[in-house]
Design a protein around this ligand. Structure first.
Ligand code: DAH
Length: 330
């Protein structure tokens, strides 16, 4: 009995302590054996003997529990230490990632307009006829619908062919003044050197109450924007047609490759088309229930910008997921 305390204190691992526990407190342990002696003890001494034994047992349990706690702590420390790793260690094989050129170009475009207080809006890619066509002054059987080969779902919904439907969604939920851009993916049935079934656009829309907004405002902001994106290029506005704007224009920059003297990229015209824009058509305002307002809108293809900025010859290479493309943009 005397050296039991010492045995507990000398256990130097949880396993060793467990053995000691069985030896002392187990069914066939020292204490059980002591308690068994009770039956041979004279009745007058039983009470005192049992009380002493119980005190001893409580005392040993105390010592056991504190020893157990110390050993458990030690085991935990040992485990943590063995699993420890140094976060500051330098990894020699780390590969740096890169932003996809489309993402990087999109961010650049967004940054320009956000700095001018435009809000960034979004809308669903699965659209309905009303938002994608009808409200944008493209009624059923309008020949301009042919400009956009559309993917249709069985239920009549469609994959949006441009980001212009976000104009409609924004105007239906807000009142002027509106100053938004809407970046996002769009879909058309097209596949060649300069067309992929999915690509990205950024739509812009500004609407004010009254007649404050003119083509002049549109011309200023797009010219400044294109200078920001492409540097010192010439910018020209060419009359064009879009159902949702009147008047409409397409915007060209002087070819950034030949500086306007004519090359293969600009088809020897000296100009590159980069944007569509115009003054918002009254029919569009009518479709969203706006009265006495004025506004302008524009739309651009992000991949076209990325291809020009990085001289990428084949649009399809942007979507093949070949890591070697990204490695060039680190
Ligand atoms: N939605 C047109 C397209 O996909 C681009 C566009 C042109 C948007 C003129 C506009 C705009 O807002 O005014 O080709």
């Amino acid at each position: 009995m005397e050296n039991l305390e010492k045995k507990i204190q000398e256990a130097d691992s949880l396993e060793a302590l467990e053995k000691v526990r069985i030896e002392i407190f187990g069914k066939k342990g020292v204490l059980s054996a002591e308690f068994a002696k009770l039956k041979d003890i004279p009745a007058s001494e039983k009470k005192e003997f049992a009380a002493g034994l119980n005190r001893k047992k409580a005392q040993l349990l105390d010592i056991f529990n504190s020893r157990h706690e110390i050993l458990a702590q030690e085991a935990l420390h040992k485990q943590l230490k063995s699993e420890d790793f140094d976060l500051s260690l330098y990894s020699f094989n780390s590969q740096k990632g890169a932003l996809h050129p489309v993402r990087e170009t999109m961010d650049k475009i967004i940054d320009y307009f956000v700095a001018l207080n435009f809000a960034v809006e979004s809308g669903p890619m699965a659209e309905d006829d009303f938002h994608n066509f009808e409200a944008l002054n493209l009624p059923k059987n309008h020949p301009a619908r042919d400009m956009q080969d559309t993917f249709y779902f069985a239920d009549g919904k469609l994959l949006r062919t441009h980001t212009s439907p976000v104009q409609i969604r924004t105007m239906l939920k807000e009142e002027p003044p509106i100053r938004i851009i809407a970046p996002g993916a769009v879909f058309r049935r097209d596949y060649d050197l300069t067309h992929t079934p999915m690509f990205h656009q950024v739509e812009g829309l500004v609407v004010e109450k009254g007649h404050k907004v003119s083509f002049a405002n549109l011309k200023w902001i797009l010219t400044d924007f294109l200078h920001e994106m492409f540097g010192e290029v010439d910018v020209r506005f060419r009359p064009s047609f879009f159902p949702f704007t009147e008047p409409s224009a397409e915007v060209d920059i002087s070819c950034i490759f030949c500086k306007g003297s004519g090359c293969r990229v600009c088809s020897h015209t000296g100009w590159l088309e980069v944007l569509g824009c115009g003054v918002v058509d009254p029919n569009v305002f009518e479709a969203v229930g706006y009265k006495d307002v004025s506004g302008y809108a524009f739309g651009l293809g992000v991949e076209r910008f990325a291809m020009l900025l990085h001289q990428i010859p084949d649009l399809r290479s942007l979507f093949e997921g070949d890591i070697r493309l990204l490695e060039q943009f680190r």
